[in-house]
Design a binder for this molecule. Structure first.
Ligand code: PMP
Length: 352
């Protein structure tokens, strides 16, 4: 009987991250503000040639390189950041190699590492859920091939200090260090300027969050030109479609939209932080567009209660160190009053 390679056959069954779209989706860290009106205008102006001809990724890479202040040879555009992760891991990681990361973090790292037959070296969190820098340095071995760090992290929202990240990059010249900056815009710290000094450093970005283009699927991988050159050989030439490429340019040009959205998210996460403080619930200081909060043993009832109120939130209690925790995406200013009231009511309900 036909069987896939052992690591693929051994993966758990696939479950879509989208459980429902009935109500306000505060469970996937998408942009609740939608996208720039300029993107929608560009979409409406697309011609037949825009869809009948193969896409030209290189043009988009020049625009993004210019925006990031790096050379086009250092940039690879991908079908969402997920594809960037897949390309990066596949290029450096295989059987007999170690993938090193600290829990809790983005679930795709473990999934890809397993699929490639690599050994997962996962570090257990401390109570503060912060990146355990010393522990991570202590677990580097000659077999370490990829270290993956989301900064700021998902699901905690926490950001690590740049100096600590650089210590890690310096300690493993034989391994690829991925700094996943999916939530960069909500935090402001980046390692892109450090790429010139470290040929083993990669920074990934996405247009799914602050730019509100999750449905178009555009991610960016930036690294040393030589390393990105290897990944480019292996990437599918038409991985990013023409519609996404056309919109990307407009999205980047409308920085006013992004700044306004980021300012509103920062206000919204402050409102959530104040409410949870008042309710006596533990939160972690977020640098992203979501907040992780510990509601306790009745987490499932809380999630259900929110759903009855028309709001989807993510039960994160299965993530290591996140017992009883829920992750909530920040809504728009006009949604926030309703969100805050729903949280108050749902907490009152589970406290009975
Ligand atoms: N990295 C992190 C930390 C994320 O949270 C996400 C999306 N939830 C991604 C990468 C993937 O983003 P994309 O939509 O670009 O595939």
């Amino acid at each position: 009987m036909l069987k896939p390679r052992e690591p693929i056959a051994g993966l758990g069954p696939y479950h879509s991250p989208i459980t429902s779209r009935a109500g306000l989706s505060l469970d996937l860290n998408e942009s609740m503000a939608g996208c720039s009106p300029r993107v929608l205008a560009r979409l409406r102006s697309l011609s037949a040639a825009d869809v009948s001809l193969y896409p030209q990724r290189e043009a988009g890479e020049r625009v993004v390189a210019n925006f990031l202040g790096v050379a086009p040879e250092q940039v690879l555009l991908t079908n969402g950041m997920d594809e960037a992760l897949s390309l990066l891991f596949t290029s450096y990681l295989g059987a007999g190699h170690e993938l090193l990361f600290a829990d809790p973090t983005f679930v795709m790292y473990a999934m890809l590492g397993k699929a490639l037959g690599a050994q997962l070296v996962r570090l257990q969190p401390e109570e503060d859920l912060a990146l355990p820098v010393a522990d991570l340095l202590a677990h580097i071995s000659p077999r370490t091939r990829v270290i993956a760090i989301a900064n700021p992290n998902n699901p905690t929202g926490l950001a690590a200090a740049r100096v600590d990240l650089l210590k890690i990059v310096e300690a493993v010249p034989h391994a690829a260090v991925l700094i996943d900056e999916a939530y960069f815009e909500f935090c402001g710290e980046t390692l892109i300027p450090d790429l010139t000094r470290y040929p083993n450093l990669f920074v990934a970005r996405t247009f799914s969050k602050a730019y509100g283009l999750a449905g178009l699927r555009v991610g960016v991988l930036v690294g040393a030109a030589e390393q990105i050159g290897y990944l480019r050989r292996f990437s599918l030439p038409f991985n990013v479609n023409s519609v996404a490429l056309a919109c990307l340019e407009e999205a980047l040009a409308d920085q006013a939209f992004v700044s306004e959205h980021v300012a509103q998210v920062k206000q919204g996460r402050e409102q959530l932080a104040r409410l949870f403080d008042e309710l006596g619930l533990r939160i972690w200081p977020s640098q992203t567009n979501f907040v992780l909060v510990r509601v306790g043993g009745k987490v499932k009832s809380f999630v259900e209660s929110m759903q009855r109120r028309g709001i989807l939130v993510r039960d994160s209690s299965a993530s290591p160190g996140c017992d009883g925790c829920v992750r909530i995406t920040v809504g728009t200013p006009s949604q926030m009053d309703g969100v805050l009231q729903a949280i108050r009511d749902a907490i009152a309900e589970i406290r009975g």
